[in-house]
Design a binder for this molecule. Sequence first.
Ligand code: MLT
Length: 311
Amino acid sequence: MKVLACDGIHEDGLSLFRAAGWEVVVSDPIKDAAKLAKALAGVDAVLVRSATQVTAEAIADAPRLRVIGRAGAGVDTIDVDAATARGIAVMNAPDGNTLAAAEHALALLFALARHVPRADAGMKAGEWPKAGLTGFELEGKRLGIIGLGRIGSTVARKAHGIGMEVAAHDPFLPPAAAGKGSVPLKPLEELLAWADIVTLHIPRTKDTTHLLGEARLRAMKRGAYLVNAARGGLVDEAALLKLLDEGHLAGAALDTFATEPLPADSPLRAHPKLILTPHLGASTGEAQQAVSTILARQILDFVQTGAVAGC
Ligand code: MLT
């Protein structure tokens, strides 16, 4: 049996495959569908993170391929319908990087509140950039969470710990859940108007693409902040730039982008009110170790017993 591991899959999962007698081929991200198709032609399983997109074209002629594993929370980089049509199982490891993603959203929140990147850049440039970098305290501020799943509720728990007032919008939670837990649920427009800071924790689907377009960004409080460490495309980037320029929004921190890697000439890169990180939400040693071993166990189990886990 042979597994192709793209995008820097943690060694601990790969060693489980080796221990089970599999051949492991490690590869950098394969961005070109034709090259990926060639690489997939002779393997039984493929593992990916965010960079390698497993398209219909890439799996069209992969006679041995039985399973596609996503070492992460979503499966949005995989054409699940095409895989299903070909009888190829798709698995992910949604529990492995919850803490990492939640902590990264909070890191961005703190960075926005205290201008950490600008302070650091000024210091490295030989300045003492104290003036102009007065921040704000998070305790007592209102955090609006869009998506109260694993990651959103972990953010809520941690935000409560630092004294923030927290509310959420989640259309998948039954209305009866509103007010029952420690996080009150609000309709989206109400949440946007209520929050000092809005953070997104939802997958990207056709329904959530540009969920925050110009009208909804404008529905946010004047002077509010936005954090997106979930998926690129949830926020209309052009509208975000417009509202930052107009001064309606005070700042935003983005870890995910409509196009990844973010093009070198993207106007997002030059905006002083934006903090940007390169899709680092899941990038902790602990999370990568966890997703890689969870996925390896699921795939080995699937091949031995036919049991499908994840997703
Ligand atoms: C995830 O889906 O959990 C992450 O985006 C995957 C990653 O970046 O490794």
